[in-house]
Write a new protein. Structure first.
Length: 559
């Protein structure tokens, strides 16, 4: 067995080891690149600056930066300083920033002062904290009392900020031995990241993830799933505050593969990267990302012959369509979450297509799964749907400042109740079937949004579909479908409803269809709660309390 597969290490030592073994392997962005050795040196310099600025081991340090070398070097610098990395979604605005910075007890926040107008991190932070601009270098914010310094990279130091480079003189006194001593004080079980879930639910939760959780997973996926080798290049468009992007980076650091990141995602730039860097692996994951690449006008004339392996997520219908668009590459599927440090299970390159379409594969080494009846708590046999429970080395330690919620979802034996529905087959492969909280209660019937989305996605005009519950005075809830069409395609609400009638039970048919060009996003996930709020507000404004009656062909039992 490869020594990397059984060895645990810290985040800082992972980079240092990779820089020593594969010094010339690279981290690549559209307009930047650095070798592992250069990234390691840069992160050590930032660690010294952070220590000089007052960062202590165990502190929570936030990172609000655009994707690039500065962001990676800062995250590794935080780890080398013995602190906990708190990546912040670069899309967050005032209310979200105010909540996260206060809730996470950040002592320091690293951001950029000279970013473009679209980013304007300082402007957003001033919107979040009205007393920020009145502060000096040492902060005292009413709504973020733990925050001591706002450290900026780039030119300019507005009120309430301190240039990170201003600590260079003090940082020179932090020796290599001091850094080593700090690193030796960090255990693999200590928190490495505090990552906030911000997907389909409205209230983000802070997931505490250890060094071992991420570094062990990086090695596992590198060697048992992706078969990465030195000289391979792995393309990743996921935001760097996303656990999937971090897990992929750690897979590259574990194997000597190059890490090619899309930066601020642009499908045309992505195609050039995939071609010019001769990318062998890719992790687009979400159809909201990958379809923009596949549907780009330059896709047909772009040389992607080097691409061997890619990973996508979605229903079997969606995955089948995506695999057909890039037939020469093996498309893997997985099941994961922030609470699992990104990936929990993944299919194998050698698995036949039907298993890669219909399952998320076996749990990664060091992880376990079981299926439990959500009502009785009894473990269920193979093939029976229930709630997915998981445990193992990459499971999160708990929700920050939420001991009651942590105790509610993690039992005394270490099993985490995911809130997701799934099955295990006889060989232990996991299939995701939907979310317990993503069930639409239509009268006395349960409708799984994932099931309905999979069916609607079969329509040739449908590119992306999301189904939510709309309030109804008769049924309590009815399905509402939000649809993004294939470029150039046309479809009406009546046509899509007619497509469903007679093909699926009438209570599952969407009563409302809304067509969209843009989705409310939280990083990489569509905010379903925003879609629910949107349809609810629309119906209330229009005075609609009962959905239109539907009649299936040759049937009259619709209501």
């Amino acid at each position: 067995m490869n020594r990397f597969l059984v060895q645990s290490t810290t985040v800082g030592d992972l980079l240092a080891g990779a820089a020593q073994e594969w010094p010339d392997a690279e981290v690549i962005f559209p307009d930047q690149r650095a070798s592992f050795r250069e990234l390691d040196r840069r992160s050590a310099s930032i660690a010294r600056l952070l220590i000089a600025s007052g960062v202590d081991p165990g502190d929570h340090v936030g990172v609000l930066l655009d994707p690039g070398l500065d962001m990676l070097a800062t995250m590794f610098g935080i780890a080398k300083a013995g602190a906990t990395i708190v990546p912040i979604n670069e899309r967050f605005r005032a209310a979200e920033l105010r909540f996260l910075i206060g809730h996470a007890d950040l002592t320091h926040l690293v951001t950029r002062c000279d970013g473009d107008e679209q980013l304007d991190f300082i402007g957003r932070l001033n919107d979040a904290f009205t007393d920020l601009s009145a502060g000096g270098e040492e902060l005292s914010l009413a709504e973020a009392p733990a925050l001591r310094r706002l450290l900026v990279i780039g030119d300019g130091t507005p009120n309430g900020t301190t240039a990170l480079e201003s600590f260079e003189e003090a940082a020179a006194a932090v020796s290599d031995r001091d850094l080593q001593r700090t690193g030796h004080g960090v255990s693999v079980s200590d928190p490495a990241f505090l990552m906030y879930t911000s997907g389909t639910s409205a209230e983000p939760k802070g997931c505490i993830l250890s060094h071992e959780a991420f570094t062990r997973q990086g090695r596992s996926i590198a060697f048992t799933r992706y078969h990465l080798c030195p000289g391979d290049t792995f393309w990743c468009p996921l935001p760097l505050f996303h656990n999937g992007a971090i897990a992929t980076l750690f897979a590259c650091l574990s194997s000597g593969a190059n890490y090619c990141h899309a930066g601020r995602f642009d499908p045309g730039v992505a195609l050039l990267q995939l071609q010019d860097e001769r990318c062998t692996h890719a992790i687009p994951t979400f159809q909201t990302i990958w379809l923009r690449v596949l549907d780009h006008p330059d896709f047909a004339r772009t040389d992607l012959s080097s691409l061997r392996v890619l990973l996508n997520a979605g229903s079997p219908q969606i995955l089948e369509g995506l695999q057909a668009r890039v037939p020469h590459a093996v498309q893997l599927s997985n099941y994961g979450s922030t609470e699992a440090a990104g990936h929990f299970s993944m299919t194998l390159i050698d698995d036949p297509l039907d298993l890669r379409l219909n399952t998320g594969g076996n749990p990664l080494p060091g992880m376990e799964a079981r299926i439990v009846d959500p009502d009785s708590g009894l473990e269920l046999p193979a093939g029976v749907e229930g709630e997915i429970h998981m445990r193992g080395v990459s499971r999160f330690s708990g929700y920050y400042k939420s001991p009651e919620l942590t105790a509610e979802v993690i039992d005394s034996d270490g099993w985490f109740r995911t809130g997701d529905l799934g099955t295990l087959d006889d060989d232990g492969r996991l299939a995701f079937c939907g979310r317990l909280k993503d069930m639409i209660k239509v009268g006395g019937e349960n409708v799984a949004a994932a099931e309905l989305e999979g069916f609607i996605a079969l329509h040739p005009a449908v590119n992306i579909v999301q189904v939510v519950g709309a309030p109804d005075a008769y049924y309590t809830e009815v399905p509402a479908a939000f649809v993004e069409l294939v470029p150039g395609a046309s479809l009406t609400e009546a046509e899509l409803i007619e497509h469903c009638l007679g093909q699926i039970a009438t209570f599952k048919v969407p009563r409302y269809v809304r067509f969209v060009d843009e989705w409310p996003m939280s990083g990489t996930k569509i905010k379903k709660f925003t879609l629910r709020e949107q349809i609810s507000a629309e119906l209330k404004s229009a005075g609609i309390s009962v959905a239109p009656k539907l009649t299936a062909p040759l049937r009259t039992d619709t209501r």
